[in-house]
Design a protein around this ligand. Structure first.
Ligand code: NAD
Ligand code: DAU
Length: 345
């Protein structure tokens, strides 16, 4: 099935645009869609960083609004004052380990914040709403099988539980109020500007400093890695050509064990495997995620274009060429975070 473009929004609200995927999406959109204006609503938590958007800060089609999605009035105002025609909702607390030590913020932002944005989308003209979701809502796979869009939701961490609750609210707004909603569920992203709490940039950062690389458990857990630009392309297609009410899985078709990924990083960086340190496992650690992305391929013509080895090489090169960016992040609060999360593990 092919779809004609059904939506060509002139002004898109991107929430969480100062984070990893959001900032890549803002850059992608400004470059790929010359008629689109982007409004980035972000409250700049520890994960939000305007340095991620330095190269577009002066673009006349880009505006930044520092505001919190937990504030319902701010959600309405940002839509009304900027003539927003569609919403791409990234803003979230996104790190599983932090959700285990402090779940409340995940419910407040990921559930409460999503509700506020949905209300605003209704109030401001029934705006098209793209919920940027995660494959973690499906739970964990054994050694075989793939998540499809009809796999029942079975979240295991406070993070994935909050994202599943948000997805349910999004579909409920579609069914109950006729809000034109689309949900995407993506596998693990990697690429430039990812905060070094997530596995790949954390390992790159430690390897460059010859510090131990902390692999949880025995390193046999499997993730399906997707280069972030491929994700951005899929999101624009889902927003503009996706069928309202529909879910689209997005995956990289690049399953790797964590140990394979860490060894590949060390190989690319010319560092010894003796840096690998097996540490206490994450509680409730999902064993395997793997995506069946045939629906988005069939209906919207999307497939990933960057294979894992190429994407990983690009990512490592980017981090090594942007060490001041990394140094800035890891010099402050990050040290306390790292100490609390990894000391005694
Ligand atoms: P991130 O943590 O790098 O960025 C999150 C951004 O949201 C930050 O800029 C932060 O300041 C902002 N934010 C947080 N709380 C906010 C609030 N209350 N109000 C306004 N802004 C707020 O996250 P990411 O990895 O880029 O993920 C973005 C989205 O994509 C999330 O919804 C996540 O669940 C989803 N997702 C991520 C992945 C992945 O591999 N990273 C995969 C699938 C889905
Ligand atoms: O699947 C999509 C999800 O991918 C997104 O929804 C989340 O926002 C994103 O954070 C990511 O979740 P994961 O928990 O899979 O990503 P993380 O980078 O934290 O961990 C990847 C794997 O590496 C996981 O099996 C845990 C392991 N790991 C992680 C860290 C931080 C380690 O072995 N050591 C580490 O220090």
């Amino acid at each position: 099935m092919t779809h004609e473009s059904i939506l060509q929004p002139r002004t898109v609200l991107v929430t969480g645009g100062a984070g990893f995927i959001g900032s890549n999406f803002v850059r992608y959109l400004l470059a790929a869609q010359p008629d689109v204006r982007v409004v980035n609503m972000d409250c700049l938590t520890y994960a939000g960083n305007l340095e991620n958007l330095a190269e577009v800060a002066d673009n006349s089609r880009y505006a930044f609004v520092r505001a919190d999605i937990r504030d319902p009035r701010a959600c309405v105002e940002v839509c009304q004052e900027n003539g927003v025609e569609a919403v791409v909702h990234f803003a979230a607390e996104s790190h599983v380990d932090r959700s285990i030590t402090g779940p409340a913020a995940f419910v407040e932002t990921n559930v409460g914040g999503t509700l506020n944005l949905l209300q605003a989308a209704r109030e401001c003209g029934n705006l098209r709403f793209l919920q940027v979701g995660t494959d973690e809502v499906y739970g964990s796979l054994g050694p075989t099988g793939l998540f499809t869009e009809t796999t029942p939701l079975d979240p295991h961490s406070p993070y994935s539980a909050s994202k599943a609750a948000a997805d349910h609210l999004v579909s409920a707004f579609g069914t109950t109020y006729g809000l034109p909603v689309v949900i995407t569920r993506c596998s693990n992203n990697y690429g430039p500007y990812q905060f070094p709490e997530k596995m790949i940039p954390l390992m790159i950062n430690n390897a460059r400093q010859n510090k131990p690389l902390p692999v949880y458990g025995d390193g046999s857990n499997v993730r399906d890695w997707l280069y972030v630009e491929d994700h951005c392309r899929a999101l624009w297609l889902a927003l503009t050509k996706g069928t309202p009410g529909r879910v689209y899985n997005i995956g990289g078709n690049s399953e790797r064990t964590n140990l394979e990924v860490v060894k590949a990083i060390l190989r690319h960086m010319g560092k010894p495997e003796s840096l690998i340190s097996f540490v206490k496992d994450r509680p409730g650690h999902d064993f395997r995620y793997a995506i069946d992305a045939s629906r988005i391929h069939r209906e919207l013509g999307w497939s990933p274009t960057v294979d894992f080895e190429t994407g990983l090489g690009r990512t490592i090169d980017w981090y090594l060429a942007h060490q001041p960016w990394l140094d800035h992040i890891v010099s402050g609060e990050y040290k306390k975070y790292y100490e609390a999360m990894y000391a005694g593990r």
